[in-house]
Design a protein around this ligand. Sequence first.
Ligand code: 1HN
Length: 361
Amino acid sequence: MNEATTNDRRAARERLYADMRPANLTPLWESLHALVPKSPASPCVPALWRYDEARPFLARAGEVISAEEAVRRVLILENPGIPGQSAITQSLYAGLQLILPGEIAPSHRHVQTALRFVVEGSGAFTAVNGERTTMHPGDFIITPSWTFHDHGNEADVPVVWLDGLDIPTVRLLDAGFAEDFPAKQQPIERSEGTNLARFGENLAPMPGDAGARPHGAASPLFAWPYARSRAALERLRRESPIDPWQGTKMRYLNPATGGWPMPTIGAYLQLLPAGFEGRPWRQTDGIVYSVVEGRGRATIERPGQSERTVFEFGPRDHFVVPSWHTCRLSGDEESVLFSFSDRPIHEALAMHREEKLDDAR
Ligand code: 1HN
């Protein structure tokens, strides 16, 4: 074809696109490659939130709005690659929530599933399904879909935790419902620790007994105290081989099924020994990290690019590794990292992929 013909056809195509736009028709061939990429090409970027930088803004938020007025006083960790979406990855939301002494965050429930990971301070509580759990740094707590939950702080120090929710996933499915509890706080029906005794000791109530109520897809255990998880990691650090990619990494367990604690979110706790230089890997689920102890580095590469992002992390810092980005973790000191991802969704849909890469340093 000569050049004139090519130009004519190009012009004819543009006319076609313009003419059919009011009919809500668009040409697949112009976007096919972007719609079906050869490998994941996330718009999300690696990002780090240093606690030293975020904490003063949380304190200022504490001065300008009460927990009750805000409903939840949270600073959203927003991925700069997808601004305005209140998302840290395409499927997950994360935020840092502050509750000051004497405050109440009123009771409500929603379809969105939430996790809390306590970052600073002790003595606040969250109540889920008629039972409280007192928060300590490193405690992991879940709020399953459609369970009433409220928070309070009867201690004398501010308490801050990381919230992780499947908000973008529920938005994708247009499946969100929410309602307030008729009072600020839900009634407490059981003393603290009942849930842990029922489901956190490798025991479960007999069928038909009190507490054997049917549970949904989420774990019936709703709090995993840090003291226990940390002790397990300490023990395993000494007793078992260290994984060259992840150090000693464990997943939080739904004790009723052996599966994930929540249907949409998996959560993990890992220990990197002092001097650990992890090998690189990539996986389709983007991961959000909260540093509990120690100092180290995350070295991250965008797919297909050799330029590296290096995050030097310390306690209470947060960072995100988007889908299919190559990452390696190093522990300058012995480090403990909490993390969460949407891996249960990938697995349920049989599309999870992970690649352990050779050490190319
Ligand atoms: C929520 O209910 C909490 O219960 C935290 O603490 C963050 C973000 C969006 C929607 C609901 C909480 C939330 C949230």
